[in-house]
Design a protein around this ligand. Structure first.
Ligand code: MG
Length: 220
C-alpha cells in the first residue's frame, strides 16, 4: 500500500536471477495481489490493541486507538508498519487463486516477484512465498516500479506483463515501459470499491483465475 518517494533500486541482470532472455516475463506484486496485506496488517495491529479502519484507501491514516476519532500519529503508524514487515508479514493470508495462477503461468513464462517492502521484510517475505509454492526470484523495490520493470523488460525478447494493485505503480510502468501489458488486481474485496483505478489504461481484473487467462493471452 505504501507510496514511497525514494529512487528505485538498480535493475538486476536476468541471468543473476537464473532467468533466460527468450521467455516471456510476468512481474507480480505481493501485497493485495498475492497476499491479503490489509487483513494481515489489521490483525497485527489488533494484537497491539489498535484498529485498522477501512474507510478510505490509505495506510497510516487508517490506524486508530479504539474509540478515538483521530488517527494515530503518522510516525507511530510507520513504526507499526515497519514492525509488521519485520515480525508479522510471514503470517499473511493468501489471495485466493494466486499461487495456482503463477504455477500455470510459470509453464510458459518466467515469474518475478516485485514488492515494495522494507529491507527487513526480505527473509520473512521469501519464506512466506516459498511456503506457499511461490519460490520465484524476489526483488525488493522502493518508489514507483516503472524504472525497474522497464529494466527487466529491456532484457527480455518476449512479451512482458505486470500486475499490481496500486495505480501509481501501474502508471509508472506505463510511463517507463509502455510495451508491458498492465493488470490491476485488488485482492481484498473490501478494498476493491476504494482503490483508484483507470480501467481504460490498465486492465482491471480482481479474480485470479480470470486474470491468469488474461495474462496468458497477453504474453502468448
Ligand atoms: Mg501491492
Amino acid at each position: 500500500m505504501a507510496e514511497q518517494t525514494q529512487p528505485s533500486v538498480k535493475t538486476p541482470h536476468l541471468q543473476d536471477l537464473g532467468l533466460p532472455h527468450h521467455r516471456p516475463l510476468v512481474i507480480v506484486d505481493v501485497d493485495e495481489v498475492l497476499g491479503l496485506f490489509m487483513q494481515g496488517f489489521g490483525d497485527f495491529l489488533a494484537d497491539r490493541g489498535l484498529e485498522f479502519r477501512l474507510d478510505r484507501f490509505a495506510l497510516f491514516q487508517n490506524i486508530y486507538r479504539p474509540g478515538e476519532d483521530q488517527h494515530l500519529d503518522l510516525d507511530e503508524g510507520k513504526r507499526h508498519f515497519d514492525d509488521f514487515f519485520r515480525y508479522g508479514c510471514g503470517d499473511m493470508q493468501l489471495a485466493p487463486g494466486g499461487p495456482d495462477a503463477l504455477r500455470e503461468l510459470s509453464q510458459v513464462a518466467s515469474v518475478v516477484i516485485l514488492t515494495n517492502a522494507p529491507g527487513q521484510a526480505r527473509l520473512a517475505r521469501a519464506r512466506w512465498l516459498g511456503r506457499h509454492g511461490m519460490d520465484y526470484p524476489l526483488l525488493l523495490n522502493t518508489g514507483p516500479k516503472g524504472p525497474l520493470a522497464a529494466g527487466l523488460a529491456a532484457q527480455v525478447s518476449g512479451p512482458v506483463a505486470f500486475v499490481d494493485d496500486l495505480l501509481p505503480n501501474l502508471n509508472s510502468v506505463a510511463d517507463h515501459a509502455p510495451q508491458v501489458a498492465r493488470f490491476q488486481h485488488v485482492a481484498d474485496p473490501r478494498l476493491r470499491p476504494l482503490a483508484p483505478a483507470e480501467p481504460d489504461r490498465h486492465t482491471r481484473i480482481d479474480d485470479w483465475a480470470e486474470l491468469s487467462r488474461a495474462i496468458a493471452a497477453a504474453i502468448s
